[in-house]
Design a protein around this ligand. Structure first.
Ligand code: DQA
Length: 146
């Protein structure tokens, strides 16, 4: 039985659809979840989909993923730009980890150009809205060993 892909979401993504829709679009996080589940299902995999506004939750879920996941899609949101703790947690995850963003942080304010997550990820998908998640889930499924 293939292990699930963990899709982990950071702060403020619970308000997707209401939050700056001109940047992040009108889809809700439930829409994102459904898109991730559909793409994973086409590869015979399930998704564990979670969101938290708390940095420590994301650290704990990454530690859990080490033994329970086949791969990880992480949109750490603002914590990607600030969190050494997430970077250190990712360094202990020897699974394909895809750094995922709805917007393209490199085309936005300079404080979004640095990513502690990208430095420890296999690759980055950004700028395509919900499609970023679909592509990231596909990459995680195709790269997953277990
Ligand atoms: C984001 C981009 C981040 O810069 C921002 O802090 C977010 C969302 C994105 O998905 O585009 O909260 O990760």
């Amino acid at each position: 039985m293939s292990k699930p892909i963990y899709v982990l979401n950071g702060p403020n993504l619970n308000l997707l659809g209401e939050r700056e829709p001109e940047i992040y679009g009108s889809s809700t996080l439930d829409d994102v979840r459904a898109a991730c589940e559909a793409r994973a299902a086409s590869f015979g995999r399930e998704v564990v989909f979670r969101q938290s506004n708390h940095e420590g939750d994301l650290v704990s879920w990454l530690q859990e993923a080490r033994s329970k996941a086949g791969g990880v899609v992480l949109n750490a949101a603002a914590y990607g730009h600030t969190s050494v703790a997430l970077h250190d947690a990712l360094k202990m995850v020897s699974l394909p980890v895809i750094d995922c963003h709805l917007s393209n942080p490199d085309a936005r304010e300079s404080f979004r150009h640095h990513s502690y997550v990208a430095l420890a990820a296999k690759g980055v998908v950004s700028g395509f809205g919900v499609i970023s998640y679909e592509l990231a889930v596909e990459a995680a499924c195709r790269l997953a060993a277990d």
